[in-house]
Design a protein around this ligand. Structure first.
Ligand code: ADP
Length: 398
């Protein structure tokens, strides 16, 4: 059978990632990133046959639309326009409407727009990305893969907040989670790695990137996850605060803070950046910590302590033998000291770091990071694009 390629589009609030992915192997023929949309330094770059090219995006106009048009022209120039059989879109918030991947039509786009209040920065860009791609490739089927879909199996006790129940009934205020595609992918790969059917496997998957979340996966299904109504909840992140006493907000309101200032502070000025006062980037925080900066050390401590506490609580949620803890995301895949510190907290559950294993599982390399007589923790690099491509082809072939 010949390979089926899919053009995968991931529109962020100020960026657009794209790749032409082989749905069978996950390899990318070409991949690229447009970023800093709306700013003078807006730029688009791509990697093709090992070579990286970068181009400035002209100021003004709609940069999302510009980027899609540029991608279309680029694929034409590279002779790849007729190579792919579908376009797959990553969509951040699917609410309770989307429990699985769907074929895109006008009503799907309208629903994604309607759900914009659940992910104000993302869904608008996602819908714009779908519209632009429909215009550019009117004859190709398009599919929408939702970040929230994998979490739709959570039981009510995990997703209903202890608020007046009417808020859930009337406004669907509840936990939705995010990063679902990543938690789905690494749990499937982990099951393969331990040679067990995923339907019989229990995992705690730990996605640590700029955004970060933990999921409890029992018999292959998500039963709890740390992000909430929006991706602000749960772990401490690059610039997001994670869990917080809601009274902090009222307290600051009383001090005269405006709604927008609060939103900006919680989403963009907290986390690693807020605590360290240096950077949102884990590498920068680790470097400052090594140079003796006490606030960088504090940021590291809060981050690792909270990840470990979530893992501990998900041991309870799963309530039976956990087959493996799985680290992924930029930090989870690469940071030795962060994984090492988390594993120290987990000694109480029988986890023992294997230093050589921990040192080897980096830079795209999967591996076991615990000793042979320890409970199992491993690293599996995530590949959300591959999930989007393979689910698109699966639906296409139905
Ligand atoms: P996003 O959530 O934006 O997709 P990534 O999953 O790429 O982000 O993760 C970005 C984070 O990964 C950054 O904080 C970055 O510092 C961190 N990271 C990448 N490489 C390393 C490394 N070698 N050591 C520690 N942290 C790393």
């Amino acid at each position: 059978m010949s390979n089926s390629y899919v053009l995968v589009i991931n529109s962020g609030s100020s960026s657009l990632k794209f790749a032409v992915i082989d749905s069978q192997s996950g390899d990318a023929l070409v991949s690229g990133l447009g970023e800093c949309f709306g700013l003078p330094e807006a730029v688009i770059s791509w990697k093709y046959q090992g070579e990286k090219t970068e181009e400035a995006i002209p100021a003004g106009g709609n940069h999302h639309k510009y980027a899609v048009n540029r991608v279309v022209a680029l694929l034409e120039t590279l002779g790849l326009s007729s190579k792919f059989v579908a376009v797959g879109h990553r969509i951040v918030a699917g609410g309770e409407t989307f429990k699985e991947t769907v074929r895109v039509d006008e009503s799907v786009i309208a629903d994604v727009e309607r759900l914009v209040e659940l992910a104000p920065l993302h869904n608008k860009a996602n819908a714009a990305g779908m519209r632009a791609a429909m215009e550019a490739f009117p004859n190709l089927p398009q599919f929408a893969v939702f970040d929230t879909a994998f979490h739709q199996t959570m039981p009510e006790k995990a997703f209903v907040y202890a608020l007046p129940y009417e808020l859930y009934q009337e406004h669907k205020v509840r936990r939705y989670g995010a990063h679902g595609t990543s938690h789905y992918y690494v749990s499937r790969e982990a099951a393969k790695a331990i040679n067990k059917p995923v339907e019989e496997s229990n995992f705690i998957t730990v996605h640590l990137g700029n955004g970060a979340s933990v999921s409890a996966i029992k018999n292959g299904q998500c039963i709890d996850t740390s992000m909430g109504l929006t991706p602000l909840a749960g772990l401490m992140m690059g610039t997001r605060c994670g869990d917080l006493d809601p009274s902090v907000i009222e307290f600051l309101f009383r001090k005269g803070w405006k709604q927008e200032e609060l939103f900006e502070m919680l989403n963009k000025k907290s986390g690693f950046l807020g605590v360290s006062g240096i950077t949102s980037d884990a590498r920068g925080v680790l470097e400052a910590m090594d140079n003796g900066n006490p606030r960088a050390k504090l940021a590291f401590d809060i981050f690792t302590y909270r990840v470990a506490k979530y893992i501990g609580s998900y041991m309870v949620a799963i309530g039976e033998e956990v087959d493996a803890i799985v680290f992924t995301g930029g930090i989870g895949e690469n940071s030795l000291p962060i994984r090492s510190e988390i594993l120290k907290y987990l000694k109480v559950f029988g986890y023992q770091e294997d230093e050589a294993g921990n040192a080897a599982a980096r830079f795209g390399q999967s591996g076991t990071v615990t000793t042979a007589d320890s409970k199992l923790a491993m690293v599996i690099p995530t590949n959300e694009e591959w999930v989007i491509a393979s689910q698109s082809v699966e639906l296409l072939n139905q």
